[in-house]
Design a protein around this ligand. Sequence first.
Ligand SMILES: *[C@@H]1O[C@H](CO)[C@@H](O)[C@H](O)[C@H]1NC(C)=O
Ligand SMILES: *[C@@H]1O[C@H](CO)[C@@H](O)[C@H](O)[C@H]1NC(C)=O
Ligand SMILES: [Cu+2]
Length: 321
Amino acid sequence: MLTFVTLLAAASATVPTALAHGGVLSYSWSGQWYWGWQPYNSATGQTTIQRPWSTYNPIQDATLSTIACNDDGTSPSLQQTATVAAGTAITAYWNQIWPHAQGPMLTYLANCGGSTCSGVNANSLKWFKIDQAGLLSGTVYNGTWGSGQMINQNSSWTTTIPSTVPSGNYLIRFETIAIHSTPAQFYPECAQISITGSGSLAPTSAQLVSFPGAYSNSDPGIDIDIYSTAAQTQTTYVIPGPPLYGSSSSGSGTTASASTSTSVASHSSSSSTAAASSSSAAAAGTVAQYGQCGGTGYTGATSCIAPYTCTYSSAYYSQCL
Ligand SMILES: *[C@@H]1O[C@H](CO)[C@@H](O)[C@H](O)[C@H]1NC(C)=O
Ligand SMILES: *[C@@H]1O[C@H](CO)[C@@H](O)[C@H](O)[C@H]1NC(C)=O
Ligand SMILES: [Cu+2]
């Protein structure tokens, strides 16, 4: 017979395993905080902009329906939606301290149509990618990854909603994929946002994907052994998914991905792309609307073109608004 103490010990023994994983627990933008769903609390009474998820464990099969917005990702009765102006930098916060430093960071949007995302099945939507960061430097074997940078940024990731995105109701899907072991571990969470603004650039059909559908378990960025001999000299990594929204690429996602981080919006975590645009901004002496103008580790220009002011978003990201 198990004693109460034995059961307690057994229960607490599972906690470290759970703590080795996790997901997005909160968001912030424009000085506001939004709590995410709390998977280990009772669902009753939880009211948040995030779609519910049930466990810190990863998804390890890209063909599962839960790859869209985790398990189960449906909107509860108290589901909330938050308003965000296109061009705004949204920061998502993972567990402190996120444990997996190998793998990409990806952010997607999906337009729900209609007047709300509540009740809309995430599997029925078309998604487009607005941000990504893969292998930032070094080799697949021991280089620096987007997820490593996420950890270094207080286990947070900031994505700017491109100012060109049409207004409407969207799900925003932050994802990190951990590739320190096989099969790869997907950690997606979604939140409901209402985007305002006057953007009018629709994603192209090549940029729109479904979840599941966007990834295959055999994609080179997913079916990957970072400890192989080949990985020790490999300096490119193919970020999974479609080409970035706003990019001119019309091919399949795999050809569009580069070894380094790219983003249509200026990004605290972009490497070569951001560095190049930062230095050109520095030459001009000003930063354009929505551009980055500050944050820990940022070395670019810090003054905004009129009439914008450099506005704090997180310790790692300030932008001209
Ligand atoms: C990465 O691994 C290679 C061997 O594959 C080694 O020569 C190199 O020093 C390592 N770099 C770092 C930063 O650990
Ligand atoms: C780090 O992230 C936590 C949330 O996980 C947040 O409460 C805290 O303010 C952040 N610290 C900084 C310096 O941004
Ligand atoms: Cu884990």
